[in-house]
Design a protein around this ligand. Sequence first.
Ligand SMILES: [Zn+2]
Length: 464
Amino acid sequence: MNGRILISGTAIVCAAALLSGQGRGVESYRGPVDRIIADATSEAAAQSAWRRVAELTDRFPARLSGSTNLENAIRWSEAEMRRDGLDNVRVDPVTVPHWVRGAESAALVLPHPQALAMAGLGGSVGTAPAGLEAEAIVVGSFEELRARAASAKGRVVVFNVPFRTDRSPITSYVDAVQYRVNGASEAASLGAVASLVRSIGPGAHRTPHTGSVRYSGDAPRIPAAAISAEDTDLLQRTQDRGEKLVIRLSMGAQTLPDAQSGNVVAEIRGRERPDEVVLVSGHLDSWDLGPGAMDDAGGCIAAWEALRVLKKLALVPRRTIRVVLFTNEENGTRGGNAYRDKYADQLDRHVLMLESDNGVLPLQGWGFHGSDGARRVIGEIAGLMTAIGGTRVSTDFSGADIEPSVERGVPGISPDVDMSRYFVIHHTAADTADKITPADLGKLIAGIASMAYVTADLPEPLPR
Ligand SMILES: [Zn+2]
């Protein structure tokens, strides 16, 4: 390295420090951040946190809104947080939708009878008790469906949109998921009697992936389900050979009256400005097919353990750090909306909101939504995390439960993790605790604890 580069490099650092006004301030947190990382990533701490993910998912699997398991998970979390000695532990009441799957099955009747691996979509109506049987057509897009509108009437429409693996998983998800969300109403508007969608994820082990369907107001509500990628390929090949497809579908799904639930909240109360809040979160609800470990028990435990690490290290920041385990992310976002409404008059004192809902996977950095000034500070904090790989800052922010508040002006942040394995098990029975490694969990906890501690302790709040 030559002197000239060194000098210009120094100048850039100083300029950034002047612009953010916090440059030297952030650097002074290197000591606490190193301590947080050393503690959270230690074998003992990472194993302990992982056991909590396992206990939550083993004891309370299938935590869908309205279920007893979700409510028991809420009570358990509340009691455990009290035992951890966190401050102001409470459950903020939220009314949530209550959809139940019931018994369900799908089968190819003609030309080659066999069962199809299926999962009804959350919010779907059921079939008549006797089920339905109809000819099916397979289409690869909404455009193809409209081009074949005449052959959709009275049929089962099968949307075959493969999940691309040659680019960012989130981009592939967004592209394909519109067929799960809107496919039923698009098909129903052309007279279809049911809608099947290829599972949104790279195919693996013939596993169907559930998720929400959304009915538009101007089309009949028809039963909607996902079928495995492998079964969708089977139907496509059969159609391509010119053979007529007949499918039988039976679904006992129904929507019951709304149920009572709640967001679990706990805090480390700030030592100087307790009314100013840095929030860290995940969502405690899951789909009903499995234990929802990656989505999102792991995110909940990561956010929660971040407070436990800080408490253990006696790091009490200037501002309050609040953990929220949201209810009903999966099929309603009622928890996130309720938080925004309940704390509406306090959102201007929320310095930063973080949600971990991208899986417990190798940390790469952060997705941030906020002002350029705040982004520079976040970049400086991320720069302290080379040991855990959390240094990059992008604009790819996500967090369904905090977005309602972020839309009101609160800076938002989400862990940026390597999601290449995420959608293989997303919303399936295979989303189990063994898919999470203690090492990845420890790093995620360290990253969240560091980000929360520094933003909660800096002399000035993040600029809006
Ligand atoms: Zn989730």
